[in-house]
Design a protein around this ligand. Sequence first.
Ligand code: ZN
Length: 339
Amino acid sequence: MSGRRHDSRSDEDDVRVRPSRRGSRPRTRTRPAHADAVPGLVVAVDRGRMTVRVEGPDGGHVDVTSMRARELGKHGVVVGDQVRLVGDTSGRTDSLARIVSIEERTTSLRRTADDTDPTERIVVANADQLVIVTAVADPEPAWGFLDRCLVAAYAGGLQPLLCLTKTDLASPQPLLDRYAGLSIDAVPMSREAPLDPLLDRLAWRMSVFVGQSGVGKSTLVNRLVPDAFRATADVSKIGKGRHTSSSAVLFDLPAGGTVIDTPGIRSFGLAHVTADDVLAAFEEIAEAAVDCPPGCGHTTADPECALDAWAATGPAARQQQLAGLRVLLGAVGQLGPGY
Ligand code: ZN
């Protein structure tokens, strides 16, 4: 299953037995020659070139331009991936290292691009949290977009956080009511409000920011990371062209923690997600759903759905939780509107 947390297991341990011309013997994907490979974090991806952050000789960080080694096969590399490098890892101008392995991902934020390109793509690997930035007014909340972001978070193993902007213009209550049963953390954020409540939630974690235009996401990211503006503007320019790989940029927070902005992403298609991918994030509901018929979509249109009986018994909060979950399930399997 794509989004679940996996056992932490590196490619080096992935021993496979497969016949080869030289006879049948166990082989590892990483050859012994790569035992001295250097670990690093992918902080940017652009047209087949990755910027990988490794530890420098003085204990600081060095950004190393890298490419995928042929032995990675079809495995894509995305921002947030933990990788291993060989070759010139000095980071000097014109140097180029090779990525020889990708560590098993703990989470993966995925999207189906849009109506014209229904390919499933991983946006960011290993992030802890998806910060969904939405205005409570001007523009009105884009409900479908919010539902799809939440589904992408749950299906990918990320914890969602609602960041509500322009709370000086209207009450956030309608928005909070829509997802009331799901216990989603939310932080209000007006232009003048102090950043502390948000910073508390970002400390020492890797957080991906998503939001549609006009909600104040860029303003917020620039408040959090003062040098982010230039990089964000550059990537937005690229994102409008054919270089859609540049859809995520990673920044360090001065006080600890990592923020990944997604300036190129305006929609979140979910053609690749099933109802059970979402249910997996809710342990008790997932257990109750074992009594559902095969292929149950768990919506009100599924008359045999066992979750109705589950909600009718036990604490009253179950009704609200199921109602919130069914709002999200309405977004499962949909493509996002093309932007
Ligand atoms: Zn069901």
